[in-house]
Design a protein around this ligand. Structure first.
Ligand SMILES: *Cc1c(COP(=O)(O)O)cnc(C)c1O
Length: 485
């Protein structure tokens, strides 16, 4: 079949707009001129940008088609572990699109930005309530950026006590961004191995913690989807040696309204608003990674901070110990509005229920698949469950091949080969927004794939076969990201 014949309504390929454009076409019409023609000054002429000439319908069809090539939470199940790809209620989009917010200019003075500033102040209060940590900055643009802000606060804290430290403890079940963020602030990461149960043993921390160590950066629930149940004891050990406890709260979706990090020994924590608090994300789109801190660390938070004075809101720079600005203007305000809308529409009971269901769904998938796939740690999980390809070794099939085959069944693959502590890991985070029927169907597809691995492994080795782009040479594709044509 010649894929360039016929109509391109159901396209397999899509030319670039430059290939489609034809001189003289336009996507606008202007009324006939009723004044004499007057040439532009020479300086304004010359070669303009190389834009193709296109009709409106060509542009609309091009982008509408391309939009159907994407896979998103609105088109199907997206169990990408650690990423919390849950359905994002559309009402949040509506609030973010309200003209007063969407059209506000970031350089408007505070007296003309009262609505946005009030929303920010109230969101800070809500996040303080959720985390049990009383002071919050909304500036960081993502989780990793929140970590960086948190590490700058570690640095400022130790400096204020007269002695900088050189190392930081980071469990092997932490998110991969953690050691990078610490290293950017000059702290050498010291790995803390997890125990046979997939969590950190306080004795291991006690053996590593010393007065050269700035503290610990701990992901809880960790990347195995397990709750660090010794967190209080770990925090006590770290505090006793003058260190701080940083909590990576990107997995807060598991414990909203159930655990307040500030009450279990965590001093500084970031949240991922784009994950837990409902902004469509992925592909590097805008996020927000607010950081919450215990009361005595508030003086180090980035400036400007939103403050309330006599019922009016202002941005205030008068915090001499602050680590400074970490983001231009007010941060990613659109994400903040969505999070505010999400928190207010869900309410405390709704948020707690979301977390309970997220944990229930992950445990349901864990139970349904544990006879089929090897379960890395055979114990109840939080928001995600981690399997491996150990059972498929005998068939010569690996995690990558099963993940590729899932695409033929219409699913976005789970996170694979992460966390590193599990060889060939498959990390599934179903989130709370999926129905039992959808989870059952996903588990049935996974079981069918495992059966195929035994009976016709070639199907998996060549998968995906039904996608627009089939099996890629991954190295070449990364070096030359031109996948079609
Ligand atoms: C996603 C995630 C991060 C990083 O967040 P970004 O917004 O992608 O920078 C950090 N830690 C954990 C546990 C995460 O799941």
């Amino acid at each position: 079949m010649n894929e360039f014949l016929g109509t391109s309504g159901l396209i397999l390929n899509e030319p670039l707009l430059w290939e489609r454009g034809k001189k003289g076409r336009a996507a606008y019409s202007l009324p006939a001129r009723d004044v004499p023609e007057s040439p532009l000054p020479e300086a304004l002429c010359g070669a303009g940008p190389d834009f193709p000439d296109l009709a409106e319908v060509e542009v609309v069809r091009h982008y509408t088609r391309l939009s159907t090539w994407n896979y998103g939470v609105d088109t199907g199940f997206y169990p990408l572990g650690s990423c919390t790809m849950k359905y994002n209620p559309k009402t949040n989009e509506r609030q973010a699109a309200l003209k007063g917010f969407a059209a506000a200019h970031p350089l408007l003075p505070a007296p003309l930005s009262q609505g946005a500033l009030k929303l920010m102040a109230e969101l800070e209060r809500d996040l303080a309530e959720i985390t049990g940590l009383p002071a919050v900055t909304l500036q960081p643009a993502a989780g990793a950026h929140g970590e960086l802000a948190g590490m700058l606060i570690f640095h400022a804290y130790h400096k204020s006590r007269g002695k900088q430290r050189t190392k930081i403890l980071i469990p092997d079940t932490a998110h991969g961004t953690n050691p990078a963020s610490a290293a950017l602030c000059g702290y050498a990461p010291v790995p803390v191995p997890s125990d046979g149960e997939g969590v950190i043993d306080p004795k291991t921390v006690a053996a590593l913690m010393d007065e050269e160590t700035a503290g610990i950066m701990i992901t809880n629930p960790n990347t195995l989807g397990l709750f660090e149940e010794n967190i209080r004891e770990i925090a006590r050990i770290v505090h006793e040696k003058g260190g701080l406890v940083y909590g990576d709260g990107a997995n807060m979706n598991a414990v909203l309204g159930i655990v307040r990090p500030g009450e279990i020994g965590i001093d500084i924590l970031h949240l991922n608003l784009h994950k837990t608090f409902s902004t469509p994300h992925g592909g590097g789109g805008p996020g927000a990674g607010p950081v919450a801190v215990r009361a005595d660390l508030a003086r180090f938070l980035p400036v400007p901070r939103v403050i309330e004075k006599d019922g009016r809101y202002e941005l205030c720079d008068a915090f001499p110990d602050s680590v400074g600005r970490v983001m231009a203007f007010h941060g990613h305000v659109g994400v903040l509005i969505r999070a505010y809308s999400y928190i207010r529409t869900m309410g405390p009971a709704g948020l707690r229920q979301a977390s309970r269901l997220a944990v229930l769904n992950a445990n349901y998938v864990r139970e349904r698949l544990k006879g089929t796939l090897h379960l890395a740690y055979n114990r109840p999980c939080m928001h995600e469950c981690v399997f491996s390809d150990a059972n498929q070794q005998a068939d010569g099939i690996s995690t990558l091949e099963m993940a590729k085959r899932l695409m033929d069944y219409g699913y976005h693959p789970p996170t694979i080969y992460f966390p590193l502590v599990v060889h060939g890991s498959i990390m599934i985070e179903p989130t709370e927004t999926e129905t039992k029927e959808d989870l059952d169907q996903f588990c049935a597809a996974f079981k069918a794939i495992v059966q195929e691995a035994k009976e016709s492994p070639q199907l998996l080795r060549e998968a995906p076969e039904r996608c627009k782009v089939t099996r890629l040479d991954e190295t070449a594709a990364a070096r030359n990201p031109c996948l079609i044509g």
